[in-house]
Design a protein around this ligand. Structure first.
Ligand code: ADP
Length: 257
């Protein structure tokens, strides 16, 4: 069994992720859990789990990233999500370009340079409307699981217009639309469009260069992927496990000390 040489922990607002890599950077193990309030305890337990299930090379280090990174007491170093996502996606896909990272509580667009480092970025962490939380909240209002939204939105069909720019007002709009007999899938398309419009504006602000890549939990949503690609008239490239991109980048940075 290959020994772990670097561990990345991404303590996010919604999920807590860990990726362990061997000395060559190949992934040895991963973990993904719903985030718990006690970040220090949760991340220590994840690290213990990886260490007890795998050989760990002497001197292996741990880098923490994510919104809760300062609370990851078991980490040797802390690095911003922007740097970690850029590094993770650059390693996965091997090229410069523009990365859209949509997590549970914030969204970022990062222009990645030819060396895999962020050249520029824009971030929305002030408003839930451009984040995964918007989809979770509105899906909950419709009695749906967030994992089922993308398939329904990517299927052909009509679309309702959601005009509110705020999550709370969007909820009132959903209630009115349902009362008027609107179809759930048409409302879902409108909600995804509303999130996409915000993200596309951010992509344009950063002065994007192709290829366009996506990471974060919302990259798992086929509806968001399709709408962003359509709005920018480009293919959207997504790593195999986009929700682990930040932790993967952190693990690769851990190999560097
Ligand atoms: P954070 O790093 O802030 O904790 P994540 O990158 O884990 O956030 O993303 C969480 C978001 O990902 C959720 O709010 C949800 O919208 C979306 N998501 C999570 N799982 C899925 C899934 N299976 N399919 C589609 N979207 C998902």
């Amino acid at each position: 069994m290959t020994a772990i040489a670097g561990i990345g922990i991404d303590a996010g607002s919604t999920t807590c992720k860990a990726v362990a890599v061997d000395p060559s950077g190949a992934v040895v193990a991963t973990a993904l859990e719903q985030a718990l309030p006690r970040i220090a305890d949760q991340t220590a337990a994840m690290l213990d789990g990886l260490r007890s299930a795998h050989d760990v090379a002497p001197g292996a280090r741990c880098v923490a990233t994510g919104y809760g990174r300062r609370l990851v007491e078991c980490a040797d170093r802390r690095v911003t999500e922007i740097t970690c996502h850029a590094r993770g996606v650059f390693d996965d896909l091997g090229r410069a370009g523009t990365l859209v990272d949509i997590g549970g509580q914030d969204s970022k667009v990062i222009r990645i340079g030819p060396d895999g480092r962020p050249a520029d970025f824009v971030m929305n962490d002030k408003c839930a409307a451009g984040t995964g939380r918007f989809l979770e909240y509105t899906a909950g209002r419709l009695g749906l699981d967030v994992a089922d939204l993308g398939g329904r939105v990517a299927a052909p069909g009509s679309e309702e217009q959601i005009t509110s720019t705020c999550t709370v007002f969007a909820e009132s709009e959903i209630i009115s639309l349902l009362a008027r007999g609107a179809e759930v899938d048409a409302i879902l398309k409108g909600l995804h469009r509303s999130l996409t419009v915000r993200l596309v504006a951010m992509v344009r602000t950063v002065g994007w260069e192709p290829p366009l890549m996506m990471s974060g939990g919302v990259a798992r949503n086929a509806g968001v992927r399709a709408m962003i690609g359509e709005a920018l008239d480009t293919e959207v490239i997504v790593p195999e496990h986009p929700q682990l991109t930040g932790a993967h980048g952190a693990a690769l940075l851990a190999l560097e000390g």
